[in-house]
Design a protein around this ligand. Structure first.
Ligand code: OVV
Length: 408
């Protein structure tokens, strides 16, 4: 018997596809996924993971190809391990994430308009001022936890208000998102425990999705306005608000956390950013590539198909390793280097194709204004205590990052 995630493969089947004994949802994998990502990429363009009976793609080319054929590699059977054709989903499916064209097209158009460049223009000055105020406050304290005090605190200071949420109950938002992203994984302890404890978080979110609980002017009210105009049915609006509450907060928490962790580990990048604060937006983008806060999604084959010569039957789950694709040396020069001047376009940290992150402009706005404030006000970020990882089946990020901030 070989140990989990050992470099010993369990061999190839008659079709020649390598069967690997890797569990990409195990704690030891989360602690250091990179050697295993390399093994996944180097084994073959498509591998089979016996632990969960799924195909896997970890090279950039194949991840990109799967993302860009959304009818063959469908989302409507779920983008986690569970196949909605065979198992009841843990919550009613998302009308955007877990939908295919043509159903997906309308709901996508609505959220795309709610989170449009024009909407960003309306919130930008407030988001930027809040980032400056947060960095000023943290510079007064100097010793902070960059996760709780910045990566979580900043999005919590702007996003719930931008949604139009009432002040009460916001403490459910991050726990709810934690459940959502754990639930994409296999039925391991992370997923099962999260779902077992999810009832109060689900009740909070369901209530906040109703029109009467969403303040005028916010993203939530804007979604409901499209129900009034007839682009979506009235009963679809609450579920689309649920998508924003599911995907709009924990993702940016982990994106901003990734960026600060990068700047703390690569001090030359902070020096460069300080000299050229206009690099803030690309520095955030590069952190999304480098850490890939959303590590994986699945698709399901809707027909028999070949990927790079490997035959996949109908109804198979395919695990896309976004984080491995984002560090594939076949696509990226020096992929393990955090380089804020890199041409980051084409990374799959926000996905690609018709399902590519609909909230990406909000994410980039938050990331940019936080890094621009750091660039102007902070001379150094020194790690001063134990770095603790947060374990989730889909999200990659830290639980704690104790740092000292040096004022500029
Ligand atoms: C991208 C994403 C993640 C989690 C949930 C959803 C979307 C949703 O639509 O509910």
């Amino acid at each position: 018997m070989s140990a989990p995630n050992s470099p010993v493969s369990t061999g190839a089947d008659a079709a020649g596809i390598p069967h690997l004994d890797i569990d990409p949802f195990a704690i030891d994998f989360f602690d250091n996924p990179y050697p295993t990502h390399e093994r996944l990429r180097d084994s073959a363009p498509v591998v089979y993971l016996d632990k969960w009976n799924v195909f896997g793609v970890a090279r950039y080319a194949e991840v990109h190809a799967v993302l860009n054929d959304p009818l063959t590699f469908c989302s409507s059977r779920g983008v986690g391990l569970s196949d909605f054709k065979k198992e009841k989903p843990w919550r009613p499916p998302s009308l955007i994430l877990e939908a295919d064209p043509p159903a997906h097209t309308r709901t996508r158009a609505v959220l795309s308009k709610v989170l449009s460049p024009a909407a960003m223009k309306r919130i930008r000055d407030h988001f930027a001022a809040a980032a400056e105020a947060k960095i000023d406050e943290l510079l007064q304290r100097r010793q902070i936890d960059a996760i709780a005090d910045l990566a979580e605190a900043y999005p919590l200071s702007v996003f719930p208000d931008a949604m139009g949420l009432r002040p009460e109950g916001r403490e459910h938002l991050l726990p709810y998102a934690g459940v959502v992203f754990n639930a994409f994984g296999p039925p391991n302890e992370l997923r099962q425990t999260a779902i077992e404890r999810s009832a109060p978080h689900q009740a909070y979110v369901a209530a906040q999705c109703q029109r009467g609980n969403l303040a005028p002017g916010g993203f939530g009210a804007a979604v409901h306005a499209f129900a009034e105009s007839g682009e979506i049915a009235p009963d679809e609006a609450p579920l689309l608000v649920r998508s924003l509450l599911s995907a709009g907060l924990d993702t940016t928490v982990n994106g901003i956390g990734a960026a600060v962790y990068c700047l703390a580990r690569f001090p030359e990048a902070l020096v460069r950013l300080r000299h050229e604060p206009s690099l803030a937006r690309n520095a955030f983008e590069e952190a999304v590539r480098f850490e890939s806060p959303v590590q994986t999604f699945f698709r399901t084959s809707s027909r028999e198909v070949e990927i790079s010569g490997t035959r996949i039957g109908e109804g198979e789950k395919i695990l896309m390793f976004l984080g491995a694709a984002n560090r594939d040396p076949r696509r990226w020069d020096d992929p393990d280097r955090y380089d804020i001047t890199r041409k980051t376009s084409g990374h799959v940290g926000f996905g690609a194709g018709i399902h590519m992150c609909v909230g990406q402009l909000v994410a980039r706005l938050e990331g940019e204004v936080v890094l621009a404030a750091l660039a102007r006000k902070v001379a150094g970020i020194e790690i001063t205590g134990p770095v603790k990882r947060r374990y989730n089946n889909t999200l990659r990020g830290l639980e704690s990052l104790p740092v000292t901030l040096m004022p500029a």
